[in-house]
Design a protein around this ligand. Structure first.
Ligand code: AMP
Ligand code: ZN
Length: 138
């Protein structure tokens, strides 16, 4: 995809602050960070969403997500935890349509808010949802 901003980063057409790079995976700092050390991890190949990714490449990416989280926690001891965020499609808040994982360091009393209003569901309803999903499971 030619006009994809992350493809341009992979090709070196847009500068980035790289944390890690191998044949299939790139990690760089988010240019509009939610916190110090906020990192992105992407497959070098363009896939719009998680659903489009082959398993072997996804495994490589998720391993690097963990690696970035481990080294970020070690490097920035003022943080006590982190969120891994991954959004698919505009409705879910995905702005850049090239698969990416955020690693966002967290500390007590930071102003970040990923909370949602907790819903309510009866066990019978949950069972029905599970049946719908499990029907599609191979
Ligand atoms: P999302 O909202 O999950 O699609 O996240 C896209 C992220 O990409 C945002 O957090 C942006 O700040 C980040 N971003 C956009 N352009 C760049 C860029 N050129 N370099 C680094 N991060 C970027
Ligand atoms: Zn792309």
């Amino acid at each position: 995809m030619n006009d994809c901003i992350f493809c341009k980063i992979v090709k070196g057409e847009i500068p980035n602050i790289t944390l890690f790079e191998n044949e299939h995976v790139l990690s760089f700092l988010d240019i509009m960070p939610a916190a110090k050390g906020h990192a992105l991890i992407i497959p070098k190949k363009h896939y719009a969403t998680l659903l489009d990714m082959p398993h072997d490449e996804l495994k490589e990416v998720i391993e690097i997500v963990q690696k970035i989280a481990v080294v970020t926690m070690a490097a920035l001891p003022e943080f006590d935890g982190f969120n891994v965020l991954q959004s698919n499609n505009e409705v879910a808040g995905q702005v850049v349509p090239h698969v990416h994982f955020h690693v966002i360091p967290r500390q007590k009393d930071d102003k970040l808010d990923f909370a949602w209003d907790q819903g309510k569901a009866e066990m019978e309803e949950l069972k029905k949802w599970a049946e719908l999903v499990k029907e599609k499971m191979e």
